[in-house]
Design a binder for this molecule. Sequence first.
Ligand SMILES: C[S@@+](CC[C@H](N)C(=O)[O-])C[C@H]1O[C@@H](n2cnc3c(N)ncnc32)[C@H](O)[C@@H]1O
Length: 255
Amino acid sequence: MIDMNFTYTFIIINLFVWIPWLWIYKVNPYFIKRALNNRLKEHPQWNDVKKIEALLGKLYRGVNASRLSKKELKRLSIKNDDFVYGEVDFLSFFTLLERCQPKTGEIFYDLGSGSGKAVFSAALFFNLGKAYGIELLHDLYNLSNEQIKKCRSLIKKNDKKYYDTISKKVMKINFINRNFLETNIKSADIIYINATCMNPATWDGIIQKLIELKSGSRIIVNTKKIEHERFKLLYSGGELMSWGLGRVRIYIKTS
Ligand SMILES: C[S@@+](CC[C@H](N)C(=O)[O-])C[C@H]1O[C@@H](n2cnc3c(N)ncnc32)[C@H](O)[C@@H]1O
């Protein structure tokens, strides 16, 4: 009798833990991704977009930046919500960048670039002048630099035109090992901030930096709001992230 009770309790607890986990991290993202793929099939550059998504998929196969980040945080005894790790989904991020209408030669910054997924997406999907990633943790910064070399080696040299195009785009990528609050980002046209877990003080520091941007700059932000008269909301929607669906807002600096 005791054994049966224990078994039922064990099964019920597992159901309560695993079913929501499966739904949030596997089933729901699968359906969102499928819907996004179907919607983008109508896109005029769909074939190019898929080719780059496949390249990015290969580039990050087997890369576990979350584990790397946890190890470094433990080694440095850092306990700070600013460093909670999460990443973009390539295709969702492509659609967010498209909403910013990137122009040829514009400059992109990711504040807290982690393994570099957002920076690679911006540089490869669009014709930017520069794509910068600022990352404070050494191991993540080193990893993102390794990814530049890996990306070059992944491009098949027998397709010369594709190789030349992607190589030129990869050359626009630059990772900086620094605190983003102490980095000059005034040249930015498009900025991405994965700010979901960011502390209020850090977020306030970022707002002060955003105020210095040129008018017309676009800012993509996870979860947090920019409540300041110099910024106008362009878009707000649920987007796929490594942890499931997340609220993303896009702002434009007006003056
Ligand atoms: C949520 S992750 C985002 C990774 C990446 N932007 C993405 O979305 O794929 C936030 C990153 O910001 C980094 N970070 C946190 N505070 C920072 C700071 N003050 N300066 C630079 N990087 C920072 C963390 O180490 C972490 O890699």
